[in-house]
Ligand binder design. Structure first.
Ligand code: NDP
Length: 320
């Protein structure tokens, strides 16, 4: 349903950054409006075990944690709206965001927490088999590979976590990495190397995903050794791509300053962007830490900075 909303603090995105910003803004009596898209809760909703979010001695599930944050945000007075913002106008005050429902959202200040999304290898065969054995989410699709052989590509925390998660279903998990060392945390690496179901293929790139057309299934991956160029085929039933993320910032291109990779530039030690009154928090501006807890922390900063911005703007207007 089309809606038009005005708020002192308009928040885009509903991951840990957006929800924390909304909790702080609501508790400051700023009556925030939070607009979220089709994946409320963001990347955490496609995570399983969360062991590093402070406050929980026992393992919690990502979707559960986000549900708790959402309930807290709503309980303190956040107005949550589902819409996909397709246009922004930062040249006028209040700022205007337009949704694909036709909804207009005005904000005296704006907090952008639109996060990031999984990156793909860019192979034509990868696209062809997406949903037919190629996936970027072990949590979502691991179940389909019970007793089968799968491969994960990547060498970061995500790749290692996905490989370990897949051992719950698959009989064999290959981890394919383009270098000879992983960038994942040591603790995760230790767990990976200790797991009998996992075998790492070092120094190889995925050149092609092999499979049939009728039925459309993955049957293997073609790999190239990065040192000698020698090709080898590894039979697998599925491939999980876990090679990092791209920030969801295309909407803000030309409106806000960004770095080469599309992350929104914020001032050091702040969530302030290149436009006064527009703040950015979480993965959309952070390519270094990218943790739920750091996203939540920067969401808190954004709300406090928005509050300060509104107060100083109001007192400046009153003095005129
Ligand atoms: P990262 O950027 O950390 O790692 C991406 C991996 O993919 C790297 O090993 C990289 O190789 C490899 N890669 C990138 N592009 C390609 C390509 N085209 N072909 C083959 N391999 C490629 O991403 P992650 O998603 O793993 O993690 C992102 C952030 O989130 C990190 O800060 C991580 O610590 C954090 N995270 C934390 C978790 C936790 O604490 N529980 C869980 C998941 C993520 P190379 O190493 O050679 O660059």
């Amino acid at each position: 349903m089309m809606s038009s909303k005005y708020s002192k603090v308009l928040i885009l995105g509903s991951g840990p950054a957006g929800l924390t910003a909304s909790i702080y803004a609501a508790r400051a009596n700023l009556h925030p409006v939070l607009v979220h898209g089709l994946q409320p809760g963001g990347q955490m909703t496609i995570t399983t075990d969360v062991e590093n979010y402070p406050g929980f001695a026992d393992v919690v599930q990502g979707p559960w944690l986000m549900e708790q944050m959402k309930r807290q945000a709503t309980a303190v007075g956040t107005d949550m709206v589902t819409d996909i913002i397709t246009e922004v106008d930062f040249t006028q005050r209040p700022f205007v965001c337009v949704g694909d429902s036709g909804g207009h959202y005005q904000g005296e200040s704006l907090v952008i927490t639109t996060g990031a999304q999984a990156r793909w290898l860019g192979l034509e065969s990868e696209e062809r088999y997406q949903g037919f054995g190629v996936s970027a989410c072990a949590t979502c699709d691991g179940f389909f590979f019970r007793g089968k052989t799968v491969a994960v590509v990547g060498g970061g925390n995500t790749a290692v976590e996905e490989a370990l998660f897949l051992t719950n279903f698959a009989s064999k998990v290959w981890l394919i990495h383009r270098r000879d060392e992983l960038r994942a945390e040591k603790m995760l690496q230790d767990r990976l190397f200790a797991n009998d179901k996992v075998e790492v293929i070092w120094n190889h790139r995925v050149e092609e995903i092999l499979g049939g057309t009728d039925p459309k299934v993955v049957t293997g991956v073609q790999l190239r050794n990065i040192h000698d160029g020698v090709m080898r085929n590894v039979p697998v039933d599925g491939l999980f791509v876990a090679i990092g993320h791209t920030p969801n910032t295309s909407l803000f291109r030309g409106h806000l300053e960004m770095d080469q990779e599309g992350y929104i530039n914020t001032e050091s030690g702040s969530t302030r962007t290149s436009i006064s009154g527009v703040f950015a928090a979480g993965d959309v501006q952070d390519k270094i830490y990218r943790q739920a807890v750091t996203a939540a922390g920067s969401g808190c900063m954004a709300a406090l900075e928005a509050e300060k911005y509104l107060a100083s703007r109001d007192s400046a207007q009153a003095a005129e």
